[in-house]
Design a protein around this ligand. Structure first.
Ligand code: MSP
Length: 711
């Protein structure tokens, strides 16, 4: 029996050109849609434009156009974006289309006939940017809580929709269906909001006419959100259509700013219409730029067309899915993008394809044997990750198989083999590559197609059920390299006497472990090997140091246990051990020694790096094992251990947990600007770690000069 799956993105306001948020949402939805097709579902995937309402009307006026002229022009780039990205949508809806008028008007009439709509007068605050009514209580200093801008006061005749009669039923549904709203934090947010009664929603406007008229009262146009949400029904042909009956309920992929509209307004409308509810509301995080919310006013937006032209759509897709844990906010930066392209797409995947096809070209006809590499493929795990919408983990698990296949080449050294042994290796490599081309298809479809072409496979819709080793049937022919290495020109901050801005964040998983961090930058330091007064200070600290019950180290040990990191001592215990044994603290340089005295005294882990060698911003996160790491004193890069926590910049690990810093970013005598942070855990208050940070910075400027700024 055919399985059906309807998925949609939000429909975009063409009040400006498409931005990276629009791009991200389309990419995530496309991955899910393609994965479902891979699983054998018949998929209906829609995206489109939300063209009515006051915001668009005003924008058109500003452009001296009629709203209709404006939306035709402004809508085009959104269609082009889908094409350029290779989004596999089956429909692109524009709410000005007659098919949508028909559905929206019909549903409004049904709601009225069922007695859920009545006429009244609306008076209250309205934010035009989000096209949303607020109560005085919702406002922040009289401003819209989302856009932080002044709201307008609307006072006009309006129809109202009753939502309260459905609140209890909706709560029950959400409670009974844990996956109805993803992720769980957003589900809880909605359940919280549903504790309060729902006020009737004003669902029509009379002060302007850019919208869908109400068929029985032409002075009113429908409230833009009411009809926009119904686009999900329009694209399935309306409520009486076979297609709707087959595909409904939809899976709506949306951003966190419009959950209430989808989870409450739309669902209560469906209940009022006596229709089945949506299947799932999938909330993705927001894309920020270098830690900051993107906004036109700040001038920190990304032009989606420019980055696709520069790096190619597959690289962007790969980066967004692999880099950002799905459901959480994520940061876009070119440094991080390039690190993923070079470190994973070029080195792991591109290299594998090229190695295998070179080998095959050299030894045509040598393909025979029994499966071996299949043991390295954990298909169940990948499927499970996808079911749980952990897209980032699923992609990483696929890349683990890519890495295992590369390792198989290294371990088996086919260049030294011949005959059946060689044929067996080649067979395993070709089958692995074929399976990789299927699994990777939802994420990077263009590259998947290139691999399957080079393997000479017959082009059909790839299916998950074909991801097992079987009889090989391709006719391989080596083609171009899949990805090109991107040269990264490191920003030249060196020697500058002003530290750049940097942000530090602790992701949710690390916060759950109790990890905290505060940071500062110190500009214009002069780093020396030693300084007499500092040596005195160090000696004094060691002499008066007393052994204390170390609750901070214990709390760290609890974290090590939780994440399964074994055989590790807390760095302060190590430092204390050195001090006890030798009667002094190590002599590294004036910056490190300056903060080490504070670290020892306060029992805290402190780290400092040359900020000019750090790429982008810094985050504490749980490692997935793909991160590069070069520990202090080593010149060999290795991969981070999976499942530990690390402090990372946008290219690599800069500190493994709280114990070992990275060699590449260490402070040396050429360092001018320092990035310093203090790590805390559940045993330390925010004030305690801030105080340590202040003391460390004071010491640094005392012994190395410069100025400091707490971030
Ligand atoms: N028109 C409404 C949606 C109606 S759906 C029936 C709308 N449009 S929008 O153009 O403002 O936003 C479209 C989608 O992009 C929303 O899901 C929104 O959350 C998402 N994003 C907007 N900015 C974003 C980021 N910076 N990052 C990720 N997605 C964000 O809302």
């Amino acid at each position: 029996m055919k399985k059906y799956f309807a998925i949609s993105t939000a429909i975009d306001y063409p009040s400006g050109p498409p931005h990276a948020g629009h791009l991200y949402e389309k990419v995530c939805s496309d991955v899910i849609a393609r994965w479902k097709r891979l699983q054998g579902y018949q998929v209906h995937f829609s995206t489109g434009l939300d063209v009515h309402g006051l915001k668009i009307k005003r924008k058109a006026e500003e452009m001296r156009m009629t709203p209709k002229e404006y939306v035709i022009k402004a809508g085009k780039p959104f269609i082009e974006l889908c094409e350029k990205l290779g989004i596999s949508n089956d429909d692109f809806i524009d709410t000005e289309e007659p098919r949508h008028y028909k559905v929206a008007q019909q549903l409004f009439n049904i709601l009225q006939k069922k007695g859920f709509i009545y006429k009244g007068k609306y008076s209250g605050p309205y934010c035009v940017d989000c096209e949303t009514y607020y109560t005085e209580k919702d406002l922040e200093n009289g401003n819209c809580p989302v856009h932080k801008k002044t709201v307008e006061i609307v006072s006009e005749e309006s129809y109202f929709l009753k939502m309260e009669p459905f609140r209890k039923q909706l709560i029950q549904h959400i409670k009974k269906n844990p996956d109805f709203i993803f992720p769980e934090s957003k589900r809880n947010e909605i359940l919280n909001r549903l504790k309060e009664p729902l006020r009737d929603l004003s669902v029509s406007r009379t002060s302007f006419d850019w919208g869908i008229p109400i068929s029985f009262d032409k002075n009113h146009v429908e409230f833009v959100w009411l009809e926009a949400l119904q686009n999900y029904i329009t694209t399935l042909g309306g409520i009486h259509n076979e297609k709707f009956k087959r595909f409904w309920g939809g899976h709506h992929v949306i951003g966190k700013d419009i959950i209430f509209h989808h989870a409450v307004i739309f669902q209560t409308t469906l209940l009022a219409l006596d229709l089945p509810l949506s299947s799932q509301i999938i909330v993705h995080g927001f894309i920020n730029l270098k830690g900051e919310k993107m906004s036109k006013a700040k001038g920190n937006t990304i032009d989606p067309f420019a980055i696709i032209d520069k790096y190619g759509s597959d690289s962007i897709k790969y980066f967004l899915i692999r880099h950002i844990p799905f459901g959480q906010d994520g940061d876009f930066s070119e440094e991080a993008l390039i690190a993923r392209i070079n470190g994973e797409l070029v080195s792991d995947l591109g290299n594998l394809v090229s190695r295998v096809l070179t080998l095959v070209e050299k030894h045509k006809g040598y393909v025979k044997g029994r499966p071996e590499l299949n043991k390295k493929l954990n298909l169940k795990k990948i499927e499970k990750y996808m079911d749980k919408l952990e897209l980032h983990h699923a992609l990483d698990e696929i890349m683990n198989f890519v890495r295992a296949t590369n390792k198989y080449i290294n371990d088996n050294e086919p260049w030294k083999k011949e005959g059946n042994v060689l044929a067996n290796i080649i067979y395993n490599l070709l089958e692995s590559l074929r399976i990789i081309s299927i699994l990777i298809q939802p994420f990077i479809p263009d590259s998947a197609e290139k691999i399957s072409k080079q393997l000479g496979l017959k082009q059909t819709q790839p299916l998950l059920k074909d991801c097992k080793f079987g009889s090989w049937k391709g006719e391989p022919r080596k083609g171009e390299h899949l990805f090109k290495k991107v040269e990264w020109k490191a920003e030249k901050y060196h020697g500058k006497k002003e530290a750049r801005n940097i942000s530090v964040s602790v992701d949710k998983d690390c916060q759950d472990l109790g990890i905290k961090a505060v940071a500062a930058v110190v500009s214009g330091v002069t780093v020396k090997k030693k300084k007499g007064k500092l040596e005195k200070l160090k000696k004094g600290i060691v002499d008066k140091y007393e052994f204390k019950q170390d609750v901070i180290a214990e709390a760290y040990k609890e974290i090590y246990r939780k994440i399964g990191a074994k055989g590790i001592d807390h760095p302060i215990q190590t430092l204390r051990g050195i001090a006890k044994k030798s009667g002094k603290l190590p002599n590294i340089n004036t910056v490190v020694d300056s903060y080490n005295v504070v670290a020892l005294e306060k029992g805290l882990s402190i780290g400092a790096h040359d900020i000019d060698k750090i790429k982008g911003n810094v985050t504490f996160k749980i490692t997935d094992g793909s991160e590069d790491y070069k520990p202090l004193g080593s010149d060999k890069a290795q991969k981070a251990n999976r499942g530990e926590y690390a402090c990372v910049d946008e290219a690599r690990v800069i500190c493994r947990m709280d114990i070992k810093q990275c060699d590449e970013t260490k402070i040396d005598d050429r360092t001018s600007n320092v990035f310093i942070y203090v790590q805390g855990n559940k045993a330390t208050s925010e004030e305690y770690i801030k105080d340590a940070l202040r003391q460390a910075c004071e010491n640094i400027i005392k012994f190395c000069g410069g100025t400091y700024k707490i971030l």
